[in-house]
Design a protein around this ligand. Structure first.
Ligand code: AHR
Length: 339
């Protein structure tokens, strides 16, 4: 009997010791999710807002976010994914700079059983089985189509452009799904309007500086834009940079000038809308964190997730709304403006 009591006592002490060294079920449930976020870089105002929103949402949700700045280089992003795999994070969120070249590292993440989820841009894979578990992003093709629809409508309303509307395009990073899909969406709508035509395109890499340089080249090659009806820019920063070149050349855009449209909805785009320099703007929401982190939780919990959670893309038109945009800009553009 004494021996049995001793065994029970030892077992009890061991159990207590084990419990104090390991986590209780409550502590386990509360363990912070460790998520690696592999960002493209910081090429634009939108990108910075997106990074800030992802970090703020992670803090709010008690997520341990391991951030990698991809510095606009695919190899840096790939190294970031490999480091995250080595750290055995719970999940990886990837905003891929370009579409192709991810197969090997996606395979490695799968082999390590770490779910990889896309935020923002998309990838193209050689084998569908390698495609990320899910994607949280806007529909870039739709954004391009919205932009072209605006140009078609505005050109039709102006006797000067009704019979022929020549467009110049500022393209984002070559091979990025944001640039490829926006260009495709725009081109799809243009097919419906034979009087609308892209006469020249220049790459501005989604940056202000790139946009300015690209526009300087276009001003030279397109006879000071004398026959140009519209400027279509794959993002706001390039158009804001282009404005510097356009103003220096004395070329009026927006109200009473060449039509302009771009995508993002950064704070200075609202100033340009209010000042009459931008004609219209398609909004890309930077706040993808709530949906992205929910997707991670769902995937880890084994729930079925959609292949793509599509974020909305509202459009703002400058004409007649200058006061509203001025007020929004003066207020520091807090929150996102959705019409
Ligand atoms: O992928 C989204 C695009 O990337 C944004 O429109 C642009 O500003 C950024 O560089």
């Amino acid at each position: 009997m004494k021996r049995i009591k001793m065994i029970v006592l030892v077992a009890f002490v061991l159990a207590l010791a084990f419990a104090s060294f390991s986590q209780t079920p409550v502590a386990r449930a509360q363990k912070a999710l460790v998520i690696a976020f592999i960002q493209t870089g910081s090429e634009s105002g939108w990108r910075t807002s997106f990074t800030d929103a992802m970090k703020a949402e992670a803090t709010k949700e008690g997520i341990d976010l391991k951030f990698t700045d991809g510095q606009q280089k695919q190899e840096v992003q790939i190294a970031g994914i490999r480091a995250a795999i080595a750290q055995k994070v719970d999940a990886i969120l990837l905003a891929p700079i370009v579409e192709t070249g991810w197969d090997a590292v996606l395979k490695e993440a799968q082999a390590a059983k770490i779910p990889l989820i896309e935020v923002d841009r998309d990838v193209k894979v050689s084998d569908p089985a390698l495609y990320p578990v899910t994607r949280v992003a806007a529909d870039f093709t739709h954004e391009g189509a919205l932009a072209a629809s605006f140009v078609a409508t505005a050109a039709a309303a102006n006797p000067k452009w009704q019979t022929q509307c020549n467009i110049v395009e500022l393209q984002g990073t070559t091979g990025s799904s944001a640039a490829v899909d926006r260009a495709a969406g725009f081109a799809n709508v243009l097919k419906l309007f034979p009087t609308l035509k892209i006469v020249a395109s220049q790459n501005g890499d989604f940056t202000r500086d790139g946009g300015q340089k690209a526009m300087e080249a276009l001003i030279k090659s397109q006879n000071n834009l004398q026959d140009i009806c519209a400027i279509w820019s794959h993002n706001d920063d390039m158009l804001l940079g282009a404005l510097v070149a356009l103003k220096a050349a004395g070329i009026k855009t927006g109200t009473g000038g060449i039509l302009t449209i771009s995508v993002d909805g950064v704070c200075y785009a609202y100033k340009a809308l209010a000042d009459g320099d931008f004609s219209a703007n398609v909004v890309l929401l930077p706040s993808l964190g709530v949906q992205a982190y929910q997707a991670v939780r769902d995937v880890i919990a084994g729930k079925t997730v959609p292949k793509w959670t599509v974020m909305p893309s509202p459009m703002n038109i400058g004409a007649g709304n200058a006061d509203k945009f001025q007020k929004y800009f003066a207020g520091g553009c807090a929150g996102y403006y959705q019409g």
